[in-house]
Design a protein around this ligand. Structure first.
Ligand code: C5P
Length: 420
């Protein structure tokens, strides 16, 4: 059964399968983990046994499947405390809204929740539920609590649900995307295996380049084309990268934010200035392009203020395209940063557009966010992001921009190749 790519050789995974139609994908996940060399122990909730049998899961995993909290034989044999400890990672897939609510509340009234409460291991949760349940404020509150507790998320993704005619976010990530998240998490664990993730310095010795804020494209000496970007998210990322041990260069458009501690800041005005400052700042191990660069600039900048002369004739505003900084750097043959991260601020079809952008721009990761006015992202203090990579999409709930930055920096550090 060995896979040519035994990326999980000797890793011990405890897989918790909760009750949902996606439980059948849990069976495939067992197979995928095992073919990469992992040992898989399986715990099923009562609900899960309504969808798949412990016999099937046990046959694939090659061992007993645990379902009962008070099972005299199992308690003497392994027991929930041992199950909670004897692994490298716990994966909950599918994680139902109910199980996540129990995790967030610290419940322990069945084997799965007792293990999840007793464990000190890293936990990766792959939610699966109806889109209405996913967007419910109760679920979003629970997710925010779980993330604050250090639990990692894989998915959920958008798409058709098992219920016919239902679409939205809530579909469990595909087993291979979960395997990729397991690999990334175990690789990151080498860098930040301390219980307190905030203490870890996974970017020690790395140079991180960040762009942030809008650009101003002059029409004349007093007027310019701009956008509503506040620069908060990019500044928070620069600060989080510095806190993670990196040497950080922040190239910032015109914003009223103070230089983050320990970050070297270059202030620029136009997209062309920003590209030049980025080129000067290279080489970098990681480049994160969070700036909202103006796509177009006036083709000619008037040397003096354009005047309204009363004739009713409106001066034409011809625009020309700005350089695409992200695409320029990501397509470099020489001196391309080891990891290139772009942002996609969208108002429609957020994930679809982000996936297209990944290829078109040549980025390794696109951080997509919905900047519809209702979400108040531009200028606001919170952000809801989706991490789009060639392996799949990971969606995070709404979080403060500082927290998005901190988690993003650690998540990116986990994807750095050891040689980068
Ligand atoms: O095409 P769009 O503006 O949505 O792409 C967003 C991503 O591309 C962001 O990471 C942004 O910083 C980057 N970008 C850039 N230069 C441009 C336009 C966008 O670096 N001229």
């Amino acid at each position: 059964m060995a896979h040519s790519d035994a990326t999980l050789q000797d890793k011990r995974i405890l897989l918790v399968i909760a009750g949902g139609i996606a439980a059948y994908k849990g069976l495939d996940l067992i197979r995928r983990l095992k073919e990469r060399g992992a040992t898989v122990r399986v715990v099923m909730t009562k609900g899960a046994t309504e969808f798949i049998t412990p016999l099937a899961a046990g046959a694939l995993a090659g061992g007993t499947v645990y379902t009962e909290l008070f099972d005299r034989e199992a308690e003497q044999d392994v027991g929930h405390i041992r199950l909670a400890r004897e692994a490298d990672l716990i994966v909950v897939a599918p994680a139902t809204a109910d199980l996540m609510a129990k995790m967030a509340g610290g419940h322990a009234d069945d084997l799965a929740s007792a293990i999840l409460l007793a464990t000190r291991l890293p936990v990766l949760v792959a939610p699966a539920m109806n889109p209405a349940m996913w967007v419910h404020p109760a679920t979003q509150r629970n997710i925010a609590t779980l993330l604050a507790d250090g639990i990692r998320l894989a998915g959920p993704e958008r798409g058709e649900m098992a219920e016919s005619g239902e679409a939205g976010t809530g579909r469990m990530s595909e087993p291979l995307a979960i395997v990729a998240a397991v690999e990334a998490l175990l690789a990151a664990g080498k860098a930040d295996s301390s219980d307190n993730v905030a203490d870890a310095k996974p970017l020690l010795g790395k140079h991180v380049l960040v762009t942030a804020g809008p650009t101003h494209e002059p029409i004349d000496p007093v007027r310019y084309i701009a956008n509503r970007s506040s620069g908060k998210q990019g500044f928070a990322i620069a600060a989080a990268a510095a806190a993670a041990g990196a040497r950080v260069t922040l190239v910032a458009g015109p914003v009223g934010l103070a230089d983050p501690d320990g970050v070297s800041v270059r202030r620029v005005e136009t997209a062309r200035d920003m590209l030049a400052a980025v080129e000067i700042a290279l080489p970098a191990d990681i480049a994160i392009f969070a700036a909202a660069v103006a796509d177009w600039r006036p083709a000619h900048e008037a040397g003096s203020k354009l005047k309204k002369d009363g004739s009713g004739i409106v001066p034409p505003l011809h625009v020309t395209e700005n350089p695409d900084i992200l695409a320029t750097i990501a397509h470099r043959r020489d001196g391309r940063p080891g990891l290139v991260v772009g942002f996609a601020a969208e108002t429609d079809d957020v994930l679809e557009n982000a996936e297209k952008k990944l290829g078109r721009k040549g980025a390794d990761i696109i951080v997509a966010n919905d900047v519809s006015p209702a979400n108040n992202v531009m200028g606001g203090a919170a952000n809801t992001v989706h991490l789009v990579t060639p392996e799949g999409i990971e969606s995070w709930p709404q979080l403060p921009k500082d927290e998005v930055a901190r988690r993003l920096v650690h998540w990116i550090a986990g994807r750095l190749k050891p040689t980068a």
